[in-house]
Write a protein that binds this ligand. Structure first.
Ligand SMILES: Cc1cc2nc3c(=O)[nH]c(=O)nc-3n(C[C@H](O)[C@H](O)[C@H](O)COP(=O)(O)OP(=O)(O)OC[C@H]3O[C@@H](n4cnc5c(N)ncnc54)[C@H](O)[C@@H]3O)c2cc1C
Length: 513
């Protein structure tokens, strides 16, 4: 098989397939090469309001209407009930001390519940990647993308005119010349290996490892006492303890994704590399979680990642680029992987559209690489601040509020048609937020004692005040934050929006159940 194409994409996770569909809609001839075969298990499942906004925007901009229903739980259930996913109403955090019984702390001092949607209809989702990625790869083929699975690339030659890729897909040998190459192969991926690209770490982020699987028979958490802003399990549930955290994500097909991310010190103590026995050891130290997993069975082999975060020094070249997910990864905490990947796809789509035949393509790709790196670093500073405070939940909560204030402000600004108010990920380039939040996040890594934590939390509230649309830090909320239209209406001047504009935006969103 010999092909001469505009674009070759290696890797057909959701990122590669989506990029392929968009490039096809822009009129490019596209070949998509996948090492494996769908359906297959993949990790990285939890979406956020920002990732769903990006998906919605990509589907509208590039005329991909069949993807739009995937951006909300309600529309997904109506359009594609056969594709498994989970309902994600928000972010649930529980704080633990390993090995200790867990009495409920007064005023939810050991919890943080942040709703991301007012009801299930417009809620976020967890993607059951085996089925979602399969669907997207089929959609790409349905549009006309040339898709080859079981692909093994044996040789790559990059020149100023593009890439020559030689290998085989199943029994068929291929020889492809592509004017542009995109690496969508995720961590430890194709170009990283083929070009022997150098890796570097993230400052302020401890090295971590991970152990995870999919389970059947995981019980639901019953909330005791007052009614929380949403069912606490219909969320990305984070169980945080010194040096690590556990995620629990429920799908609607009886499967639950769960795993642990931990510093090497904690991972060594638990001997995470041993897989199932290590998971059991961890549950033994977390009585509440142990009760939830009693009788549950792993339905996938446990997977141990000895190193989770990575950052590649060179993200793009003259005629090639990596998706952000191939260029680096910080941690599953706060689900930044999807939005980073989707922002990268959006940027590359613009470059392909406007510059693919222009002399400044290489310069544009370089600028893409710089933005990607800056976004990854912004995520790493935030997550580093969280890791530094997993034993100090008040500080952990304060750092989290930097995230929630930034992302809810950004989402609302974009939904109001005012993207200029929030043009960078986590507002890291916003003059009124970025530099000051950076200083606070550096400080978060070296807090000493209760009074320092209290002073830090006050500084955080002061910084987020002009961006705070969700009543974050309001002491009467006791760490439970529902999504309230009143909060938004009250804070509308922060967005320079009128009451009518806010109500029209909420109507369009389907805010009222
Ligand atoms: C433990 C863990 C949990 C995570 N949780 C979340 C989360 O909750 N939310 C979130 O937003 N992000 C999360 N992430 C990040 C998320 O996984 C990634 O952002 C996302 O998977 C990127 O999708 P992708 O399609 O770009 O790459 P991938 O999903 O990695 O897909 C890459 C594809 O390329 C193929 N491939 C690999 N090598 C080759 C090759 N040489 N040739 C051809 N094909 C190849 C693979 O088979 C695969 O199909 C998590 C990551 C980890 C490690």
């Amino acid at each position: 098989m010999t092909r001469d194409v505009d674009l070759a994409i290696v890797g057909s996770g959701f990122g590669g397939s989506l990029m392929a569909m968009i490039a096809h809609q822009l009129g490019l001839s596209v070949i998509l090469l996948e090492r494996g075969k769908h359906p297959r298990m993949a990790i990285g499942e939890s979406t956020t309001p920002l990732s769903n906004l990006l998906l919605e925007r990509l589907s509208a901009t590039y005329d991909l209407p069949r993807l739009a229903p995937l951006a909300k739980w309600g529309s997904w259930q109506r359009a594609y009930p056969q594709i498994a996913c989970g309902l994600k109403r928000g972010f649930t955090f529980f704080h633990h001390i390993l090995g200790q019984a867990e009495p409920l702390a007064p005023h939810h001092a050991d919890q943080l519940l942040v709703a991301a949607s007012p009801h299930g209809g417009i809620a976020d989702t967890h993607w059951y990647r085996a089925e979602v990625d399969h669907f997207l790869a089929e959609e790409a083929q349905r549009l006309g993308v040339d898709y080859r699975d079981n692909a093994r690339i044996e040789a790559l030659d990059l020149t100023e005119n593009g890439a020559t890729i030689v290998g085989n897909a199943g029994d068929e040998a291929f020889h492809i010349h592509a004017r542009l190459l995109i690496d969508a192969t995720g961590a430890g991926g194709f170009l990283h290996r083929a070009l022997h690209l150098e890796e570097t770490g993230f400052p302020c982020l401890p090295a971590t490892e991970s152990l995870y699987s999919h389970f059947r028979g995981v019980k639901r958490t019953e909330a005791a006492g007052e009614t929380p802003p949403y069912a606490v399990d219909d969320a990305a549930v984070h169980h945080v303890f010194e040096g690590g955290w556990v995620w629990v994500l429920r799908f609607n097909n009886g499967v639950t994704s769960a795993g642990v991310a931990a510093t090497h010190a904690v991972a060594d103590k638990l001997a995470l590399h041993e897989g199932a026995p290590a998971w059991q050891r961890l549950l033994d130290l977390l009585p509440g979680l142990q009760a939830q997993f009693k009788g549950a069975t792993a339905c996938q082999p446990f997977k141990h990642l000895p190193t989770m975060s990575f950052r590649i020094k060179t993200i793009a070249g003259q005629r090639w680029a990596m998706l952000p997910s191939a260029a680096g990864f910080v941690d599953p905490l706060l689900s930044t992987g999807f939005p980073l990947t989707l922002m990268g796809i959006e940027r590359l789509a613009r470059i392909i559209h406007k510059h693919r035949n222009s002399a400044d393509l290489a310069w544009q790709l370089q600028s893409y690489a710089e933005q990607t790196e800056a976004d990854l670093l912004a995520a790493s500073r935030l997550i580093g601040g969280l890791y530094a405070n997993m034993d100090n939940f008040s500080a952990f909560t304060a750092v989290s509020l930097l995230y929630f204030a930034a992302v809810s402000f950004s989402e609302t600004a974009h939904r109001l048609g005012k993207p200029e108010l929030a043009s960078s990920f986590l507002l890291h380039q916003h003059p009124g937020f970025g530099p000051a939040s950076r200083v606070l996040l550096e400080r978060a890594c070296k807090l000493h004692g209760e009074s320092d934590t209290t002073a830090f939390a006050e500084e955080v509230l002061k910084l987020i005040e002009p961006f705070n649309l969700g009543g974050f830090g309001n002491p009467t909320r006791h760490n439970w934050y529902p999504v309230c239209a009143e909060d938004l209406l009250h804070a509308r001047s922060k967005l320079g929006a009128s009451r009518e504009e806010i109500i029209a935006m909420l109507d369009k969103l389907g805010f009222w159940a």
